[in-house]
Ligand binder design. Sequence first.
Ligand SMILES: Cc1cc2nc3c(=O)[nH]c(=O)nc-3n(C[C@H](O)[C@H](O)[C@H](O)COP(=O)(O)O)c2cc1C
Ligand code: SF4
Length: 582
Amino acid sequence: MPSLSFPPLEPGDFALKLTVPVRVLEMTQTIDDLIARAQSEPAPLLPLLHGIHERDGYLSDEALCAVAKGLRIPIADLFGTVTFYHHFARVEHGFTAPRICDGPVCRLSGSQGLLAQVEGATSMPCSGRCDDPIPVLRGGQTFVGLSADALETRSTPLPPAPPTGTEQCVFRHIRDADRKTLEGYRSTGGYTALEKAVTSMTPEDVIAAVEASELAGRGGAGFPTGRKWRAVQDAQGGPKTVVCNADEGEPGCFKDRALMDHDPHAVLEGMALACFATGAPRAFLYLRYEYPETECLLEDAIREAEGAGLLGQDVLGTGHTIRIHIRRGAGAYICGEETSLLNSLEGKHPFPRNRPPYPVTEGYEGTPTAVNNVETLAAVPPILIHGADWYRGLGLGDHSGTKVISLSGDVHAPGNYEVPIGLPLRTLIVEWAGGTRAGKVIQAVTMAGLSGGFLAGDDLDVTLDEPSIRSRGSMLGAGGIMVFDTTRDMIDVARMAMEFFAHESCGKCFPCRIGTQRLTERLAGEGGPDDIVAWLDEVADLGHTMKETSACGLGQAAPLITESLVRYFPDAVRKHVSETDR
Ligand SMILES: Cc1cc2nc3c(=O)[nH]c(=O)nc-3n(C[C@H](O)[C@H](O)[C@H](O)COP(=O)(O)O)c2cc1C
Ligand code: SF4
């Protein structure tokens, strides 16, 4: 078997400078310089830790002590927080040690074999590139490939073109040439929505238009966007804050990366409109660690927009200030949950917060905060330009608007598809994406990435809208759908899914912390009753307790995996229980 070893990257290495240009200066800065610079910006902890991590190749005890002193964080709290994240290395050269995606789709592509081939590599949970070969993250660079001798860098795939006659919202212009640049974006009306808003509309007008469009959150929970913005606008206190949630940690979801990489200004314009509507002078884009190239791209886009007077102080000469800051996570699925994300931004341990109070009244540093997903925000500029009726009319039947579905797994053309809400799932898979690979039969799909569990059998006749999917005990969520054909072992897929939830449970509440572990063991054939009725009772009981008593969506959603497995594959479950070694 070939063994690939990357040459060691030294701090300040040329390759690193090429891929992380914004941080070149940090390579030569002292910790005191880094701390002083970080303190001059809001939410300083994460950028400071990243600066040191990249400069030194790891976070040493000495560096953490200096950070704790400089930012006045109790040292035990800082160690606890840093070690919670998967990607902060505490050993030398850890930053540049290869991490290989071992998510459900990469497993199908042979990630376990690749892990064995690449020297010094460790696995990472789904890294949001399910439409690419297996990703290998190394320092500030992502490679993709199926074998160690075929790893290459590759830009994010463009969303496949939809069938003729399909009208889109967020992907309407994404395939246009030069769309990434300010000039390219402006050539098809980019930033005219912001211009219109700040020069001839009131914040109330913007909120009314978003409410009338019936746009609902595309990050998973589906909360009405206009209502959220109104609550922030109405809330007392400030300065108000907008947060773009670009954590995209749900396995099987990779739509936000496509939007940010190919249409960064649309996301920034959506954020600026959210700031104007809610009265927020500042915004953060919280980006998942596994998208290092995206960070550079967004930094460039912000610089371009600020240079053109579209962001920053005195937006378009109107006196409005809209400052957008990028903050990169460090590897933790729970940081996508909005209150964990806020704790992470604030430099605290990223546990979810108890609610109420909700972020709309007490969010970032206790100020009223609108947290919105990338796709939600990118939909706002076209809605303001084309109107609420236009957006509502994009849906099928009674449904309003569109949803981007990240489709992956055993499907001929994996990718991001913006579909009218209400489109039949089979139409998406068969007509839009060319059906399954090699014409095999679909055995099951996951919904909401992994959080919606499986759909199979007659329930594959569902339409892509929440009411239809919820009536089958699942959810559309952020729109990740992984397809598994009949050659796949669904018990194994379910075990991988539960292993992910157990790995990512933040551990704050015990039904989730222990429940995800126990369910993983049962799916792995470890322990538990050997009688099928008792086994099913125990698994149902664990799931019921988790759903009723877990503090956040992770622990509430994880049991959908076992529930749907038992519902659709009772014979396979029975066989699994009878074959378990005890
Ligand atoms: C465990 C967990 C992970 C989540 N991950 C994400 C995520 O990666 N991106 C996202 O936008 N929302 C995520 N959410 C939902 C957010 O908490 C929040 O509802 C969303 O960012 C609000 O934006 P929206 O209204 O535009 O959808 C997650 C929720 C949970 C419970
Ligand atoms: S449900 Fe799980 S992930 Fe959520 S707070 Fe509890 S332990 Fe943490």
